[in-house]
Design a binder for this molecule. Sequence first.
Ligand code: ADE
Length: 246
Amino acid sequence: MRLDVVTIFPEYLEPLNVSLVGKARARGQLDVRIHDLRGWTHDKHNTVDDTPYGGGPGMVMKPEPWGEALDEIIASGEGEPVIVVPTPSGRPFTQELAVELSEKPWLVFTPARYEGIDRRVIEEYGDRVDVREVSIGDYVLAGGEAPVLVMVEAVARLLPGVLGNAESHRDDSFAPGAMADLLEGPVYTKPPEWRGRGIPEVLVSGHHGKIARWRRDEALRRTAANRPDLIERADPAAFDKKDREM
Ligand code: ADE
């Protein structure tokens, strides 16, 4: 998969050299290209923003550098990328969207600073390619770079061969499947006792059926406590009689 990021803070994307994403790059599974938006400015101050039409606080990112950057990047590859525009006004970033994006060959991220990008840029590229405006949550950050880190990590770990154990995302919270719509329950490792605290005995019982039931009960408990909205929204058919006894 190819990923392009256009930003005025290329150094903000340095975490993409580390850990899972960094290793996927080193292995050639991810081709990540970070671009400095100011490279597509032509004035001596490398201006990327200006005051908003209609007045109001803050600054708006000018359309011309974005247009030149996106034209050049789109022309540099084969086929069409999906352009992902991080903005608190976008559609929610969910595991479902992460899965969908992980199936695309090429993503271009356009993290903005200030009050956002001139609307005409979104319209112009929306007429030409698939453009997604995406929010990572109901809070406002100073820019879209941290959301890009979040989205790239969520997408990259879904790519074939990127996670060590292909099964490790099967039971993820929000992953489709048997535990759909439930949060993952607690996990334990050695030692068997730590600061006087033991582990749930069922986990060393060797009884796979009981372990699976215990995991599901814990997932139900945690979901009811932390995300009651998920239980309310779930298909009633997703719950069996034992679930209801919880
Ligand atoms: N830019 C600023 N806040 C954001 C958010 N919550 N999601 C995506 N991009 C953003």
